[in-house]
Design a protein around this ligand. Sequence first.
Ligand SMILES: NC(=O)c1ccc[n+]([C@@H]2O[C@H](COP(=O)([O-])OP(=O)(O)OC[C@H]3O[C@@H](n4cnc5c(N)ncnc54)[C@H](OP(=O)(O)O)[C@@H]3O)[C@@H](O)[C@H]2O)c1
Length: 314
Amino acid sequence: MQTRPLGSTGLDVTSICHGTSPLGNFPAQYGYEVSEQQAVSTILRVLDSPLNFIDTSNNYFDAERRIGIALRERGGLPNGFVLATKVDPQHGSTDLSGKRARASVQESLERLGLDRLQLVYIHDPEVHDFDEASGPGGVVEAMVDMQHEGLIDNIGVAGGPIDLMKRYVDLDVFQAVISHNRFTLVDQSARPLIDQVADKGMGFVNGAPYGGGMLVKGPDVHPNYCYSPASEETRDRVRAMERACAEHAVPLAAAALQFSLREPRIASTIVGMSTPERVEQTLELASVEIPADLWSSLDELAEPGRHGIPEMAS
Ligand SMILES: NC(=O)c1ccc[n+]([C@@H]2O[C@H](COP(=O)([O-])OP(=O)(O)OC[C@H]3O[C@@H](n4cnc5c(N)ncnc54)[C@H](OP(=O)(O)O)[C@@H]3O)[C@@H](O)[C@H]2O)c1
């Protein structure tokens, strides 16, 4: 599978990354249980697949520990693989001070069974005060220090609201950025962030190409976009996309995934995968041929989608 440079990190990543948020077992959000065996089998399938990039987080419940089990079974992270995680408050707390960020990294190292981390992001900066986070004793300072100490090779920021993400990028200390749900068939509000990140030579990673499920399961089965109920206008727009895809016998999910894959400034697209079979399904969706006239119809339906995110989630 094709790899792309992740900005100036020196890491080459496959254009598809395995998103592990479902693997931690979080039935309240996902509506289903994921057993340890299912999670470990999914990671092992990814390690044996053409993909070389896994995205996780300190707070995806049990995900890191389960990834650690799979890695130990393989004798560590295979050569050429890239594993990214994120610093988070402890469950039930909102503290993401520099001190907590250090503890978060130590927890990740232990669970994953690694002695250094290739890439660590500040997770969901929107739930923290920017001045505190970027000031003395804050998470940004701690991340920079941990990088200088050699505990982390690269640092990044992973979150939602575009204007806030741009403020973090302007600190000029990060090498990579994750934006989620904001460069899809439904919403392209991440464009200014993609421009900024590309201008600075940083790596851009696009999370949630299906908007959390709507663009793969369809708006009638999965009416949420970006984890909140979507407007009727958005669902109608996606139904029109489904009809356009059906006319060409193309699954909507293939178009949703490839909408992100075809943007050359996106180094990798993170797809949430909860079972081993999803790995093959995703690779198949990535290889479906999409005719130019279907892209024209979809681009027309996609372009007004700068407001696809439900207000509460933006
Ligand atoms: N702040 C952040 O840093 C941030 C925020 C959001 C996301 N992310 C990253 O991005 C990843 C992806 O985000 P996401 O999982 O929310 O959204 P997503 O990738 O847009 O959608 C995932 C959903 O699509 C379904 N799906 C995937 N492949 C499918 C297939 N072939 N057929 C049918 N259904 C399929 C999955 O359903 P099933 O559950 O049925 O498998 C899952 O519910 C996360 O895991 C995480 O790593 C990061």
